[in-house]
Design a protein around this ligand. Structure first.
Ligand SMILES: Nc1ncnc2c1ncn2[C@@H]1O[C@H](COP(=O)(O)OP(=O)(O)O)[C@@H](O)[C@H]1O
Ligand SMILES: CC(C)(COP(=O)(O)O)[C@@H](O)C(=O)NCCC(=O)O
Length: 529
């Protein structure tokens, strides 16, 4: 994988970090997590702890993770481990495809799909989000001459169109630096391409798909995200495609686990997070991931507690997310793109916009460990005419970014505290080209927990839902085969199965954040597996 030195491209304005100094908080209001794995609140680490990886990997028919820095084909070392998968023949697959999965595929259960229907190329996973649509495309690299002869012209054209270009239409981009080579999925070796476009461009995407003859090739596309529901009719009417819909949080987790298995540097943290000037990106060994808090910062924010590959709950969320940052920034600065908003923010200073503790106290508020540099009130100076007149667009963008980021960090930390989990993984495209937020989040996790919590980040930021979706047919198979999966890490007080309490209006809070964490819902999630 070609990972860019994003910090150098978007040079990081350190001024904003003056709002917190290096001093350790003595605040009694910020309780810390029990730090050690031996703590009674921490799940036991057993020798079996990692057995989910081999079971899951084998069941979805993927190769071992290449423990190399780069996943490009020349130096990748993916082991084509098809041991279990080799034993799985079409008959078993048919047997495992229950009526339930047919419902998900929107297929008539009487007509069990043929294995060729499910696995025929091209393989796509699509996540149609509130702002961006993410498309992950598997390009087979092991095409035999015979297969090449038989490869339909349309399929070849699509492959070439997607892999030879890096820009499509008005808003389409292929993130070439994220490309994963030499990946084995369903016994096929190839590359994963990561493409995104604005969801508002869906009409153009459908026209293009029609123009490229997609409708003649792909009858069913695996899709997730709200748009899989919203645009289902458009896909059917305009390009004669069915959407096999999958839940976005299920696929998100599947995508994360898959990406981490295939890329040893997928997960990273910031070393010296508390000393922002020195904080540096470092690879984090995420091979024992569970449990972890997952914060998906897309248009809005979903927060999950993840206990196993098939065991999570949605514990909270907030509507103040990436969409809020972009929307407010456009309103306040007149910028028109996310990239522009981030560039403005990089040059601005939130302290000219926010009211700090020292603006109120004249210094620190020592009794509760609130240093003078801390933001007391976001945008708190903007009611004063002269202050409003002296701030720049850059300052406003920076203050907007800091406000949204700190709020997310604060909610995430409370969730981690509540669940007694010390790893907090942040994903979603809000973090794209956005080291300011990542460093702020890393700082916030570490500082406010007195070092007991860690903020973690993943290279493929916003693509995990689409990636998990691409794998999902196999995912169903994996779930069916993994009934005896080791869940020994799961604390007994937590639900054994997936739930999305936040999606249930009856459990949603009418306030800004909906927090259902105190009402664990132990509904068995059988709908998608
Ligand atoms: N090119 C972009 N265009 C618009 N928003 C972007 C872009 N890059 C990053 N973002 C940020 O990512 C957010 C969307 O994140 P994403 O994870 O794709 O969520 P969703 O699934 O809701 O679209 C936007 O609200 C914005 O903050
Ligand atoms: C509704 C969503 C799951 C949609 O996902 P998104 O497209 O934002 O990634 C998400 O925006 C969300 O969880 N919003 C916060 C809702 C709340 O808990 O207040």
């Amino acid at each position: 994988m070609k990972v860019p030195a994003r910090d150098s491209k978007y040079s990081f304005n350190l001024k904003i970090f003056k709002l917190h100094n290096e001093k350790k908080s003595t605040s009694t209001t910020h309780a810390s997590l029990a730090p050690t794995v031996n703590s009674p609140t921490s799940p036991m680490i057993t020798t079996k702890r990692n057995s989910w990886r081999s079971s899951w990997r084998a069941a979805i028919g993927v190769g071992h993770k290449a423990k190399s820095v780069n996943t490009t084909s020349h130096n990748n070392n993916i082991n084509n481990d098809n041991s279990n998968y080799d034993d799985i023949n079409n008959d078993i697959l048919h047997e495992k495809l229950s009526n339930e999965s047919c419902n998900q595929l929107n297929l008539n259960p009487d007509r069990i799909p043929n294995i060729d229907d499910l696995m025929s190329m091209p393989w796509f996973g699509m996540d149609i989000g509130g702002t961006l649509t993410k498309l992950v495309y598997f390009e087979p690299k092991d095409i035999t001459p015979d297969e090449q002869d038989r490869e339909a012209g349309i399929l070849r054209n699509i492959r070439r169109y997607l892999t030879k270009n890096s820009a499509y239409g008005k808003t389409g981009h292929r993130d070439t630096h994220l490309q994963m080579d030499n990946v084995v999925i369903r016994k096929r070796r190839g590359s994963l391409h990561f493409i995104r476009f604005q969801t508002t461009d869906m009409g153009n995407f459908l026209s293009l798909a029609k123009q490229k003859g997609m409708a003649e090739l792909v009858t069913t596309v695996c899709a997730t995200g709200g748009g899989a529901f919203k645009f289902e009719k458009d896909f059917r009417d305009q390009v004669n495609m069915k959407l096999a819909k999958f839940d976005e949080l299920d696929t998100l987790i599947k995508g994360i686990l898959f990406a981490d298995m295939h890329n040893s540097t997928e997960c990273y943290y910031y070393e010296n997070a508390r000393e922002i000037l020195k904080s540096e990106k470092r690879a984090f060994n995420f091979s024992q991931p569970f449990p972890f808090i997952l914060v998906n910062v897309g248009s809005g924010v979903s927060i999950l507690a993840v206990y196993g590959p098939d065991n999570y709950k949605r514990i909270s969320g907030t509507s103040l997310g990436g969409g809020t940052f972009l929307g407010l920034c456009c309103l306040l600065t007149g910028c028109t793109t996310f990239e522009e908003a981030i560039q403005l923010a990089t040059k601005g200073d939130n302290r000219k916009v926010d009211k700090l503790v020292r603006d109120i106290y004249g210094g620190d508020y020592n009794r509760f460990g609130l240093t003078g540099d801390l933001v007391a009130s976001s945008f708190g100076q903007m009611h004063m005419t002269e202050k409003r007149q002296s701030v720049s667009r850059e300052d406003l963008a920076n203050a907007t970014l800091v406000t949204i980021t700190n709020n997310i960090g604060s909610i995430a930390r409370m969730c981690a505290l509540n669940e007694k989990i010390d790893k907090v993984v942040f994903v979603g495209n809000f973090l794209r080209v956005n080291p300011i937020s990542m460093k702020l989040l890393a700082y916030a996790m570490e500082f406010w927990s007195n070092g007991t919590m860690k903020g973690l980040f993943l290279e493929h930021e916003g693509y995990f839902g689409a990636l998990g979706c691409l794998l999902q047919f196999n995912g169903e198979l994996a779930a069916a085969l993994n009934e005896g999966l080791d869940h020994s890490n799961t604390p007994s007080t937590n639900p054994t199965h997936t739930t999305d309490a936040g999606g249930d209006p009856s459990t949603s809070s009418p306030s800004l954040t909906s927090d259902a964490s105190d009402k664990p819902n132990d509904n068995t999630n059988s709908s998608s597996r």
